[in-house]
Design a protein. Sequence first.
Lengths: 607, 474
Amino acid sequence: MELITCVTVTHERREMQSRRRQMLDPIACLAIGLAFTFGCTQEQPAEPEPDGCSLGSVQPSPLRRLTNAQYFNSLRDLFTTLDGQTLAVLEPPVSDQLISPETLWLPDEQTVAGYAGNASGQVVSPVLVERYSQNAIDVAAEVGERIDEFLDCELEADPHGCGLAYLEHLAQRAWRRPLTEDERAALELAFIDDLAQWSALVAAQLGVQMIVQSPYFLYLPELALGEAPEQDGVAGCSMIPLSNYEMAARLSYFLWNTTPDAWLLDQAAAGELDTRESVAAVAAQMLESPHYVEGALTFHAEWLRLDRIGGYRRNVLGSEQLDDAVQVPLLREQARQFLGPIVAQPGRQFAEILTSTQVPMHGAIAQLYGVEGLSPTEDVWIEVELPADQRAGVLTLAGHLSAHATETRANPVRRGVFVLDRLLCAEPPPPPLDIDTSVVEGQGSDGTPITNRERYAAHTDNDGCRDCHAAIDPFGFAFEHYNAAGVYWTQESWAGDDPNLIEWLEVDASGVLDGALVPEPLRGSSFANAVELLHLLADSPEVHACYVEHLVRYALGRGLGSGSDEVDQQLVDQLAQDFYESGGVLDSLVLAIVTSEPFMHRTEVAP
Amino acid sequence: MSLQRRRFLTALGLTAGSLVLPSLARRDRLVRASPTGMPKRLIVMFTAHGCVHSAWRMRPNAEPEDVDFEFELGPLGEDQFSTVLAPLHRHREQLLVVDGLSMVSAYLDPNAAEPHAQGHLSALTGSGNDDADGEPRAAGASIDQIVAQHIGCPDRLASLELGMGLTVNPISYSGPRVPLPVELSPARVWGRVFGLSQAGDEQLAPLYAGQASVLDRVDQHYAALAPALSGEDRLKLEQHRELVRELELRFAGLQALECGAVPPPDSGLELDYEARHQAMVSLLSHALSCDATRVASILHTTMPGELCGLPGQDLHNDYAHYARSDPQAIATMITYGTVHANHMAMLMDALAAIPEGDGTLLDNTLVVWVSELGNGEHAFETWPVVIGGGGNFTNWRLGRYLRIAPSTPALTEGWQTAGLHEADWPNDLAGTPHQKLLVSIARAFGVSEHVGLSSVTTHDGTQIDLTGELEGLI
């Protein structure tokens, strides 16, 4: 009986795996030593030291819960029918605004620096637990309605052979590992209990409800549950290699943002995820999967704060307006479509994110870019080449620009802070609380027009502000050619008391990088506008290094240890150097991260 | 453990398939009730940008700023109310306006976040910032949650966190660094409160009936997994487990809810602001009246410009930030306050329209309107507080305006000069620490612990005591 493609790990296979792991172990250790990072040295001492597998030790990996997206993606993949259909309750809502109580939902997540997967920010609330419960019921309800599409056996005629077997397969898929004997017995006992009270269908449905509310599904515990006892940790070694199944889960949620599929669990069952070489080989195949676009986009959307593109309108004097129902969602979609091929296709380079002018365009937003000939009502995306003297990469798309603006004006502070935080990993501290942060009025003291740049420059021209704003403002002012709607302009609009009397003022977007927050090598660099600045940043080793830091944090779901003696910092430094020197090839970096020591190991659990 | 629990549930009639209301929980409910036998409730209404104090305060006899005074609101005509508070005039006998508090500890927090985040995390918790990997978080529980944990029924929703705009900064914390998510959609709120009792699909009945034993099995997974983990991880799972166990009780209780037919709102976020607020208020008053919950917060973020007659305008950046300096901005932020005063008045209307005991639901519901800040220019001074209702159990004398003159030692040079309080406030003193209000609220609900920080140090080393109740309420 073939229910769904599931992994069955037989007893013998597990023993083989265990033997194989023991045999491979010294090789694995050597392989790590050969790595470009740190770790076991090639010259192993004759007598391995207690901590023989590492020079330092990895930071503890806090227990991670599935992010909302990972949770929904996992449910989607776990409950695919025999002919590949997904559940209707998992269909995405029609729009951001029309939230229907009929589809599954979870409360908004608390993110850390924009990242939902950072374990230190993940908290549980009553409503979250309620929703896990209600979602489980709704999934079970639809599975029940369509049970013939999930099973090719007779449930009522053979409850155990059909229903219980389905639940065992499902639990293995959902929990991403083989079941322990105790778990198998508990599953059976519960099924028998339910059969005494309900039909076989209901018993199966209640089993589904339980499996997807279990902490083994909702969390990513790394305790080698259900697997042969680990033999390969060196006694007293604080760094423990992840089991094959745990590696499968880490890889899957990092690269695909969803649960491991049957193939990946097969790789784990076959012991293919316990050496750098084999992990690299499996990961390379994973990058070719269509799931990888989604996984890579998840990181880039969080890194670039695409979540901020939404829920606002823009109303620029004498220029375009943005409405929150149609255009702003399209701007977010545009950013995703722009990034998709760059971040997921093999061999693409980091610099393209910041400089490419190949942009997907939709008629309803084309006017913002001065692109003509597209129907505003036709729902079609076409690829256009934007003028290279006006636009460069994702930060010059109207989504990013309008998200970092007020309703009416460009906000150079938010735009500048964004560059420092996301591209240079140098987020400025919040303004001191005893400082007046309001921006000066839109006209000079004698009533003459002043530009947006002049307004903002004046409000930080004092001792308390200058330290940070010396760094923030040049980055922010560089984007003054783009108004709050993201429209490129060389003259900005200004009006006094009568909004119908518009004056047009020359925009100055030039600048020189300065301030202690700016990495030393970049200080003193000058540029005429954002396009020049972005090309400068796209070629900067510091910007490459910051990108690596963001990606490593994302991959590990935690903050990084800092200081030069830290394993994390050494990893980031080494990866960044290789990344920059090899031309910023994005998929090579991803493979280097998944084969690094922090990604392949955990720390011992102190009892 | 789990077996024992099973027995306990069986004793309560709470095992699979049974929807009997647990009598124990009902008794407990009465214990935590007001003297009239009705449950006590708390609603916190939370708004952005403080107030334009000159248009919020009342000085009927041109009282000076440096003396304490109070007066009855009853005899005042609507035109004698302040501009901002005028919409609340019809509820004046049920109001207690408190003028003279400030968030001193938020300002002096050595780990302060940016002012909006700092204000949101400090206002209801009285705590400082204890960030999670750089993300601002309150170091303690918020007053609404402290009260909810004390008076909530185990088989009902402890609290509802309602929101009126995209939430950037949470205000409610169930514990240190544990912010609660905010719900913006009335349809989803309906689902949480009334969905279980009004689910009619017979085919699904077994799935709901079986959920109690499902949760019991899930609980066993948590019981097995948590001890295998250490430190924070174990704590996290134990918290999750506790919530699963609470859900077991709540699930049965909400299924048995008798609220009459409350129609589901036919929409979510596409409603305009006022319609959505009305829907939220209606759901909330229903939920309180049938004891589905006893505590709620309504978080208003910056409202859209059209509510102040400025469609398409950015009230936060272009108006609130000039709320002390620019005449047009001041006028707009006065309107802004008026619109919110009207929101509070509508909330009180809804509560007052539901009879309960000898009075109305409003008599058994303490409504507290506070803000993230003192004013739109990021001050923590002139923190506006309007209290409404709750007369049956608070012992607070309603129908009054209470002015407490600033008496807290000067904080810094900056506090005096950098736009942190109104120009005509005494320059060398700050308002009464806002923890005292939080403590008074706690006492009104029978909570004896302190709320938030107990002291804070000024830049010159002076200790400011933050303990004790706010004097003058009773």
